[in-house]
Design a protein around this ligand. Structure first.
Ligand code: BES
Ligand code: MN
Ligand code: MN
Length: 459
């Protein structure tokens, strides 16, 4: 192990230059205008994987964006780790809020990252994180210390629902067979308190439309006498959560897992620094479901948020109009044992019921995903905890995260293997936001932790 870590130490600077090459590619999966960039990114990832020493590197075509595959199989009697990551990124807008262009990576020091952080779209989610695995593999190959088999898959549609990967996994069960899946696409609690992610929330996502009059109306001639769809929609959305922070959808909590007092006590061991939390996002107060801490509200409890709302006139100047329609996008984060199908159905029924009789509503479901949990009394968790404790030189605690990686539940179902979420970002990395960044300290701790995980797991 020492020689692996030494090798990493000696090649540190090179890794940054290489990662910058990936970060310069605008692999935005949501926007068809960037198709060529996404495809180019897949080829580059394959090239890096090949250079790292992986065998049978392939850019596997799918109905959507390709899946990059590579492997190093050394002995069928040894366990196999399947590494997963995604090379697509979220759209960078609003562009004007970036200090420098999103696909021109640079390093700058910040208060939280005194060693410097890499700024670029995808630096933390997920290029900077899956690239750690390629470099860790390379280090193990170069120093002849790979302790087990490894397979890698990197997809290009995670940010838009992983549809092609779903099909690929179903069709390639044998090719992807493994003992454990290792993923770096989450964050730790803080650099002072590193954590292994033991849970992810599921997701149900809907778009709603409220239609009032059959055309836009003059607000002077009709105002005051007809339902205004914007008013109606706002009232309906406001009614989805009550004064105690409870979601009012009928049956919404029916299947929610009751987390034991022990587990709640364990998770609340994390120093819940409310002052820092509020300051970091410019708030003077928090809110949420009554009876739960901020940590619990963002992990073991389901939530509902309006992500966007529009309708009527939003251009320059004033236009006196009552719009015919109003729209909103609404996401719900789910916990075990809720399912996106169940929740989407309950939402739709309830939303239709909430609507006054003089408007029409339409609910269109988008992609969803199942929640996922890795219990802390498993060998998968212990291997990750021990690896990170060695790398960080600190105690590592379990941490249930609020985000979603829907493919983890599918991996469990189809490949019958647990996913270990050993991510190294921070919640302050501004993923999906302007000025996304990834700490150099975190990047290097990640590269060091990975070979240690392999070693622990193969034991
Ligand atoms: N890497 C994130 C998920 C994440 C980030 C989980 C930090 C935990 C901590 C992933 O790329 C993502 O953005 N997932 C989406 C869901 C997906 C279906 C679009 C999400 O959580 O909104
Ligand atoms: Mn991600
Ligand atoms: Mn993401």
């Amino acid at each position: 192990m020492k020689e692996t870590l030494n090798y990493i130490q000696e090649n540190k600077q090179l890794y940054i230059d290489e990662l910058f090459e990936l970060l310069r590619i605008a692999s935005i999966s949501a926007d068809p205008a960037y198709k060529d960039e996404v495809l180019k990114c897949a080829d580059e990832v394959a090239r890096f994987l090949e250079n790292a020493g992986a065998d049978n590197v392939e850019v596997c075509a799918t109905k959507g964006y390709p899946i990059v595959y590579g492997e190093k199989l050394i002995d069928p009697n040894l366990p196999t780790v399947l590494v997963y990551g995604h090379y697509d990124v979220q759209p960078p807008d609003p562009l004007e809020l970036w200090k420098k262009p999103p696909f021109e990576p640079y390093i700058e020091k910040t208060e939280i990252h005194p060693e410097g952080a890499i700024f670029a779209r995808g630096s933390a989610d997920d290029k900077g994180q899956f690239f750690m695995h390629i470099k860790a593999l390379e280090a193990m190959m170069k120093t002849n210390t790979l302790p087990c088999n490894v397979k890698c898959i990197f997809e290009g549609e995670e940010e838009v629902g992983s549809k092609s990967l779903e099909a690929f996994v179903n069709e390639n069960k044998e090719k992807l067979s493994c003992d454990v899946i290792l993923i770096s696409d989450t964050h730790i609690y803080s650099n002072e308190q590193p954590t292994v992610t033991t849970g992810l929330r599921g997701l149900s996502y809907v778009e709603v439309e409220v239609e009032g009059p059959n055309r836009d109306l003059h607000s002077g001639l009709y105002g005051g006498a007809v339902p205004n769809p914007i008013h109606v929609l706002s009232r309906m959305i406001a009614n989805l959560i009550d004064d105690n922070g409870h979601i009012t959808i009928e049956g919404f909590y029916d299947n929610v897992e009751t987390v034991s007092e022990e587990e709640r006590a364990e998770m609340n061991k994390l120093k819940d620094d409310q002052e820092h939390f509020k300051k970091s996002i410019g708030l003077n107060g928090v809110e949420g479901e009554k009876g739960y801490t901020t940590l619990e509200r963002t992990s073991i409890r389901p939530t509902l948020d309006c992500n966007g709302i529009w309708g009527g006139y939003i251009g320059e100047g004033a236009k006196t109009v009552i719009p015919s329609k109003a729209f909103a996008k609404i996401s719900m984060r789910l916990v075990p044992y809720q399912t996106p199908e169940e929740i989407t159905e309950k939402f739709t029924k309830y939303f239709e019921k909430l609507a006054p009789a003089n408007v029409k509503v339409k609910v269109t479901p988008h992609h969803g995903g199942m929640p996922y949990v890795l219990p802390s009394d498993t060998k998968e968790f212990r291997a990750a905890k021990a690896a990170m404790e060695t790398a960080f030189g600190k105690e590592v605690l379990p941490y249930r995260s609020g985000g979603s990686i829907p493919i983890t539940a599918m991996f469990e179902q189809v490949l019958e293997a647990k996913s270990v979420l050993m991510g190294f970002g921070l919640d302050s990395d501004a993923i999906h936001s302007p000025n996304e960044h990834y700490g150099l300290y975190n990047f290097y701790k990640g590269i060091e932790s990975i070979p240690l995980f392999f070693e622990n797991y193969a034991k």
